[in-house]
Ligand binder design. Structure first.
Ligand SMILES: [Zn+2]
Length: 90
């Protein structure tokens, strides 16, 4: 299984320069990169955030159990409230 925490480290929590993004695209799931670009286009910074305990690390919205279990399974989930892409740090 892909270690999402490792993958997400490639996405700096700050803005990624386009040349760096091109490098990342070679190694990361294309769908994830597409989602990242979509968020970036909407001026959401930082786009990607680690979930903390059972809340979104960015806006502190409490995450439902179903979302948490998907995060723990290595999925990247969009926060309903702030729209950031969340992953869980191991
Ligand atoms: Zn949030």
């Amino acid at each position: 299984m892909v270690d999402m925490a490792e993958v997400m480290k490639k996405f700096d929590i700050h803005e990624i320069a386009n040349n760096e993004l091109a490098e990342i695209e070679k190694t990361v799931d294309a769908e994830l990169v597409a989602r990242y670009k979509d968020k970036r286009g909407k001026k959401i910074f930082p786009v990607i955030y680690a979930a903390r305990d059972n809340v979104c690390g960015a806006c502190n919205m409490e995450l439902p159990k179903s979302v948490l279990s998907r995060l723990k399974g290595g999925e990247v989930i969009e926060c309903d409230q702030c729209g950031r892409l969340l992953y869980i740090a191991k």
